[in-house]
Design a protein around this ligand. Structure first.
Ligand SMILES: [Zn+2]
Length: 508
């Protein structure tokens, strides 16, 4: 994710991320958000989590999702709920008398487990399901939930659906997928996805992965898409709109498809045409693109951010049409989201405390691209980041131990400490182990952890193995220190007091 800068000023990398996001409230999603059917249970249902330090109630224990099948029926207007059926195939990892899904914004009509009616109720942001018979450990199970998916949120909520001027798009990071569909809403449980989106004829629906058919029946068309790689729930994308889908070939014949408002297709083409070269550039740095397709989704909406939804990154259309943004800057943002396909999507953080592995790397390639293609020296940006780093750490915590989001700001972990503050860690690492070892590390990292999840410790271990160095002290200081260690090779870099010019607007 990357926050869109304020277009009224010429953006400068060191203070670009000025949010326009509405805040979400931690306590916002109460039981009343899900209509319930109470069942007798031995103990009261309670919300569960997988122990994420930053989002304790995300995810659920006791099962591992293999695949999601989401059927969504769009009513032709984005202010009414979609009718939905979510089918989850999972393996149990414990004996279960009941299980929790994350789901907190929709009406549940029925739940079945293995084709048999199951009881359900809500607890916190969880949908608690009681199957007819207890489930044994290591069973393959199928959970079918018939529900609505409501794209309308309260003023103080930030949901997964984004209402565009012509339909819907999706932005679930970090914790909003379960406001769209029932799921195990934590990046540690990646799964395969199938989307079946029914919309009135005249709309175009696109989702992650490759198309698997479009069937027109009467006044509606059902569009099917499948991922060929596992995906975290936070990276799901469904676009429904008056869209054009623009196809072209990327490196090695990689099928690219962009989704843009049909009326703007010609005007946006110069930007779309940049993707093949950007992929080739990333491949020259870290190796083969990890997925079956790529493209940009330009949405007519003011989200305040861009988002690396898997194989189809979400951008605000106005980023490309607002003249205040310099060309080099827009291109570097495109590369930021593209690089997330390797860093964050293919290699997914095991917990949200590892999110610096996403944003630090994406910021790194964003800045490196600007250096190599637009003469914006990386060292200048890193020196500025060094100057601000102590303040970022104080405000947001060290890069690998970010402070929890403040109450009412659940997505408040996206602070500068994990963007330029974490790219600064990578810069220090390159200074410490040298460019050849650093570049080898990057390549091996995305290769070894492809299609899986990984932790900060995994990165630290691999860096040590690749460089042949004991880097424990280095990483302890750079990733977990309250203050920023001296920069190797730049003894003159010092923390700087805040600039006296306009203070940054509230950060997300
Ligand atoms: Zn990002």
């Amino acid at each position: 994710m990357l926050l869109t800068p304020c277009p009224r000023t010429r953006p400068r990398p060191s203070r670009l991320r000025m949010p326009t996001l509405r805040r979400r409230r931690t306590a916002a999603l109460l039981a009343s958000a899900v209509s319930v059917c109470l069942v007798a249970a031995a103990a009261p249902a309670e919300p569960l989590g997988v122990g994420d330090r930053l989002y304790p109630y995300l995810g659920n224990p006791g099962y591992d999702v293999a695949s999601y099948d989401l059927s969504l029926t769009y009513p032709g207007t984005n202010d009414r709920p979609l009718q939905a059926v979510t089918t989850i195939d999972a393996w149990t990892t414990a004996d279960l008398e009941r299980l929790n899904l994350d789901f907190a914004h929709g009406t549940v009509r029925s739940v079945e487990v293995d084709g048999r009616p199951a009881g359900f109720t809500s607890a916190g942001e969880d949908l608690v399901v009681t199957p007819e018979h207890p489930l044994a450990e290591r069973s393959r199970i199928r959970i079918t939930v018939r529900h609505t998916s409501d794209p309308v949120y309260r003023e103080d909520q930030q949901g997964g659906w984004v209402r565009t001027s012509d339909g819907l798009a999706m932005a679930n990071q970090a914790d909003a997928a379960h406001l769209v569909f029932p799921c195990n809403d934590h990046p540690s449980d990646k799964a395969m996805f199938t989307f079946r989106i029914t919309a009135p004829n005249g709309y175009t629906a696109v989702a992650n992965g490759l198309p698997a058919g479009a069937e027109r029946v009467g006044r509606d068309t059902t569009w099917t898409y499948r991922t060929q790689h596992p995906m975290a729930t936070e990276l799901a994308q469904v676009s429904i709109g008056r869209s054009a889908v623009v196809h072209r070939a990327g490196p090695h014949g990689l099928p690219l498809r962009d989704v843009v408002p049909a009326a703007d297709r010609t005007a946006l083409e110069p930007w779309l045409a940049k993707t093949p070269d950007q992929i080739a550039w990333m491949e020259s740095k870290v190796g083969r693109y990890p997925f079956e397709t790529y493209g940009v989704l330009m949405a007519q909406a003011s989200t305040g951010f861009e988002l690396e939804t898997q194989t189809l990154s979400l951008f605000e259309k106005h980023l490309f049409t607002e003249p205040a943004y310099p060309r080099w800057y827009i291109e570097s943002i495109m590369v930021h989201e593209l690089s997330h396909q390797w860093f964050g999507n293919s290699v997914t953080p095991r917990s949200w405390s590892d999110v610096w592995l996403n944003e630090g790397h994406a910021t790194w390639y964003e800045a490196l691209y600007a250096e190599e293609t637009a003469d914006r020296p990386l060292a200048d940006r890193m020196k500025a980041a060094y100057g601000a780093s102590d303040r970022w750490r104080e405000a947001g915590g060290p890069p690998a131990r970010p402070k929890p989001p403040a109450p009412g700001q659940k997505i408040g972990i996206f602070r500068p400490n994990i963007y330029d503050g974490a790219a600064l860690v990578l810069y220090a690492l390159r200074q410490e182990i040298g460019t050849p070892a650093f570049e080898r590390l990057q390549r091996i990292w995305v290769q070894e952890h492809r299609d899986t999840t990984a932790t900060t410790s995994d990165f630290v271990r691999l860096a040590a193995a690749v460089s042949g160095r004991d880097l424990r002290g280095f990483f302890q200081a750079w990733l977990y220190g309250e203050t920023t260690p001296p920069m190797p090779g730049h003894p003159d870099w010092k923390p700087q007091p805040p600039a006296r010019t306009a203070p940054p607007r509230a950060r997300r």
